[in-house]
Design a protein around this ligand. Structure first.
Ligand code: ATP
Length: 284
């Protein structure tokens, strides 16, 4: 038997850090949504008690370090599953980009294997397991537009982002999430994003308010390390984006556009100097 799962990328339309906690984690407040740029996982039963993983992407670990592998191992151990599984990962989400590709793969593996192994665990239990793999995994299990607090694992569903175009540009730079958080001086942030205003915008489906409320406190850290990320954002706005923001710790920047003609113009304008550019839809 075989099952398939899609693993969509996430974007942060708002990312705030409230303070650094005593356990070393940052207390965050993030509004997240999903886009239809997705990896695809194929999971097939193996008669042997083993986990195998393959992918067409040569630039991710294909052993026990892969997050989909880790998810399968965790579920197998916790539920006492004796069958094995072969996971094929068709990778499309840029890696280490701030789009939670690995977390979404882990979430898709948990959802898919829950079906393949007929475990029937409720989403809430999958989310608890997912939290052991990474802060973004619980969100990626259920998706939608949410407010995430705590380390990012406490979720509150919000009204969906209005249907729109999202132009995603990933410059060829490696950014370490741990390094960006490490450089952030959480007690010195003066420009917090207006999270409440963003939520009001979503509640009232007010596109202008949503675009005006985009904000990410990690931008200044990543912009300081890599000025080209700021230039991509500025270019998107110059090309007519309704709003633009860096996602997560970067280096990916996304532009929002209500009109497809605008999205196309931004795409064409960026394509010349950024190799990885995508035009996708928000998942509502
Ligand atoms: P986040 O937004 O959650 O910080 P990200 O988009 O910045 O995540 P990922 O694409 O998830 O980053 O990759 C982070 C690291 O995880 C990479 O260095 C990669 O080698 C490793 N990794 C492990 N499993 C996977 C996977 N299935 N897909 C992508 N990367 C993976």
């Amino acid at each position: 038997m075989k099952v398939f799962e899609k693993a969509p990328a996430k974007i942060n339309v708002s990312l705030d850090v409230l303070h650094k906690r005593e356990d070393g984690f940052h207390e965050v407040e993030m509004v997240m949504a999903m886009v239809d740029l997705a990896d695809r996982l194929e999971m097939e039963e193996l008669p042997r008690d083993t986990i195998m993983i393959s992918s067409q992407a040569g630039y991710i670990p294909l052993d026990e370090k892969n997050l989909a592998f880790k998810a399968a191992k965790l579920l197998k151990e916790r539920c006492g599953v004796k069958q094995g599984v072969y996971i094929h990962l068709d990778k499309h989400i840029p890696v280490a980009a701030g789009l939670a590709g690995g977390s979404s793969d882990a979430a898709a593996a948990l959802r898919g294997l829950n079906r393949l192994w007929k475990l029937d665990l409720p989403l809430s239990e999958l989310q608890e397991l997912g939290a052991e793999l990474g802060s973004d995994v619980p969100y990626c299990i259920a998706g939608g537009t949410v407010l995430a607090t705590g380390r990012g694992e406490r979720l509150r569903a919000l009204p969906p982002m209005p249907s729109c175009w999202v132009v995603i540009a990933k410059p060829p730079i490696n950014v370490s999430t741990a390094d960006v958080y490490g450089r952030l001086k959480a007690d010195q942030i003066c420009d917090h994003p207006p999270t409440k205003q963003m939520i009001d915008g979503l509640v009232h489906k007010d596109w202008e308010v949503i675009c005006r409320s985009l904000g990410n406190v990690l931008e200044e850290v990543t912009f300081g390390l890599h000025p080209e990320v700021r230039r991509i954002k500025e270019t998107m706005l110059r090309l007519g984006a309704d709003g633009a923001l860096m996602s997560g710790s970067g280096p990916t920047v996304f532009a929002l556009a209500a009109k497809s003609s605008r999205a196309r113009r931004i795409y064409n304008g960026l394509k010349g100097f950024c190799k990885e550019v995508y035009v996708v839809r928000i998942l509502t």
